[in-house]
Write a protein that binds this ligand. Structure first.
Ligand code: GDP
Length: 322
């Protein structure tokens, strides 16, 4: 897929502001539950899928954040893939938040239309700005009778100013939504009754990945997953080059040691699941089975020209609330 049609966006929110409901609604309205497996998962009710995935309960190790991918066709008929990187809502996972943000080019910032920005919003947003991620603000629960959407927009703007955001970040798009009722609006009074403004804001405001598929392969492992069938799964963004199924790769560990290994299975995210693919290009996020040893922070590189990406922090620093 041409990187022009890929968007990588991390979703961040204070707990209970509606991140899960928003993701479920975005998946649902893009028709991602046509798949029988996912329909079953939905159990006739499409809410809270991200929290109630039985696969997650089954797996041997717990991963803290999940990815999903949403297909979206805009009004001109262009087909996009939006990779959504979920971030842990809990304050203790600061290190995880920082890591998964390495996969994104923008952030979907979900803020409750009554409560406004909260300490976790501030913390995660500061990490997003450090990583130069473009914010897209979703003021959710705008259906609440006590909501104060315009004040909340001003509060987010003031917060960004406090966090030294640059002009580009301050020029963020705003969408008002009711994830519960399935509508999103650029203007509270426009009467729109679907989620299209959210997808469109992502397509138009989150930058296209700039990664070059013609350079030697470099993929950064940011998350690990595990399946009984294929074992350890390394997840991350391909920052340069291409990676193919059955390809020989060099895994560079965090001490700089190289091992030659083979990609057994290669996946991309599709809806809430993973779909096996032959090749993944720079700018996209993929999952690889068959690599072991492999760990968070490792670079998957091309054996002819192996070069490590900058090392990322793998410990979990305690969050400081300021
Ligand atoms: P998360 O913790 O950020 O993932 O939040 P959830 O999606 O689990 O939502 C937290 C609570 O807010 C749940 O009780 C939802 O039903 C409710 N909620 C989510 N979105 C909306 C909304 O747009 N309007 C209203 N009124 N309630 C919402």
């Amino acid at each position: 897929m041409n990187t022009k049609y890929i968007r990588n966006v991390a979703i961040i929110a204070h707990v209970d502001h509606g991140k899960t409901s928003l993701l479920d609604q975005l998946l649902y309205q893009s028709g991602m539950f046509r798949d029988a497996e996912l329909d079953k998962l939905a159990g006739g009710q499409h809410n809270l899928i991200m929290d109630s995935n039985p696969i997650e309960r089954e797996r041997g190790i717990t991963i803290l954040s999940k990815n999903c991918a949403i297909d979206y066709t805009d009004q001109d008929g262009s087909e996009y893939k939006i990779n959504v990187i979920d971030t842990p809502g809990h304050a203790d996972f600061g290190g995880e938040v920082e890591r998964v943000m390495k996969m994104a080019d923008g952030v979907l910032l979900v803020v409750d239309a009554f409560e406004g920005p909260m300490p976790q919003t501030r913390f995660v947003l500061s990490k997003a700005l450090e990583n130069h991620l473009k914010p897209v603000l979703v003021v959710n629960k705008a259906d609440r009778t006590d909501s104060r959407p315009d004040d909340v927009v001003t509060e987010v703007f003031d917060l960004l100013v406090q966090l030294d955001a640059d002009d580009d970040a301050l020029d963020f798009p705003v969408v008002f939504s009711s994830a519960r009722d399935g509508w999103a609006r650029r203007d509270m009074n426009d009467g729109n009754d679907n989620m299209k403004p959210v997808y469109d804001a992502i397509i138009h405001s989150v930058p296209t990945p700039k990664d070059n598929p013609e350079e030697p392969l470099q993929m950064l492992v940011t998350t690990l997953d595990y399946s009984d069938y294929v074992g350890k799964i390394a997840i991350g963004r391909v920052f340069a080059g291409r990676i193919g199924e059955a390809q020989a790769v060099t895994v560079i560990d965090n001490e700089g040691k190289h091992t030659l290994q083979k990609v057994v299975k290669l996946y991309q995210f599709s809806g809430l699941g993973k779909a096996e693919v032959d090749i993944v290009q720079a700018g996209d996020i993929c999952a690889i089975a068959g690599l072991d040893p492999v760990d968070i922070g490792n670079t998957i590189a091309c054996p002819d020209k192996p070069s490590a990406l900058p090392v990322i922090s793998v410990d979990e620093p305690t969050m400081t609330m300021t």
